[in-house]
Design a protein around this ligand. Sequence first.
Ligand code: DOR
Ligand code: ZN
Length: 344
Amino acid sequence: MVETITLTRPDDWHLHLRDGDVLRDIVPHTAARFARAIVMPNLKPPVTTTEQARAYRERILKAVPSGMSFNPLMTLYLTESTPAEEILRARDSGIVKAVKYYPAGATTNSDSGVTDMRRVYPVLEVMAREGMPLLVHGEVTDPSVDVFDREAVFIERVLLPLLSDIPTLKVVFEHITTRHAVDLVMQTPDRLGATITPQHLLMNRNAIFRGGLNPHHYCLPVLKREQHRLALVKAATSGDARFFLGTDSAPHARTAKETACGCAGMYSANAAIEFYAQVFDEVGAMDRLEAFASCNGPDFYGLPRNTDTITLERKPWRVPSVLGYGREELVPMAAGETLSWRLV
Ligand code: DOR
Ligand code: ZN
């Protein structure tokens, strides 16, 4: 008998979809699994206004295959010149659900990001008043800080001051990678949530170097030590409502990864819920997958949970070694490897 599990349809609370031709190649992967996704605004140029978000959303919707339903939840890219009125327009639009903070220079297309959090405090005060969550890429960019310590230092230098300076702002600490981040979330009242990616649950930093330098295992924040991975697995599978699913699936063409200065990002959207099922199954916590994947996120954002379901079955399948990506190729996470759970 095949073992199956049926869940409330999950959502992806952190996703990169890019733009243009590639939308047709990648949107269907997410739409097949998730009802909604928080769509990152780090396009070139970034999505900084509600009007841009609305137009981008329309382009995404055109790439949803007929017969599938998918609701992209949009975000604005916070810059030092984002006016407070833009937050009000975003709130009124009904389609923008959050604002994303990138430290300037921290990652892909983050040049327009913020150089000092205090410079955007006036806008954050408005967000706090309007109940608009701030999504943070939690790493310092100070080149003197070791790349593996950038998240822990961010907590001390930026996040703790922010949480105490604007006590009513809702914050999502995105793609957490360390036990320090887990501890902070556990110690903070309910207004601080965190997303956790499949790569940070399944791999530690050895994966970057196993058998030679592997650019497909490079993402930001970079993979960390095993002790941190274990802390993330414990948090994700604990049932604690402050931790929820966010893949940070971030496609880059194979040529942009397999090169002298490869881009950061792993593509997991084609097997996202399957990766999480693998993690939860390995620690005997399949009964908590639904809370993490389908309940905690909408509850944090104050949105209704989905009413339809998906079913996974325990049936080994091979992740494709390569996917289409416009005129290029895309190498997904765990390319060519076997996963134990399959989407029915
Ligand atoms: O690995 C990453 N890729 N981390 C990010 O923060 C951005 C993302 C991307 O857009 O490629
Ligand atoms: Zn991201």
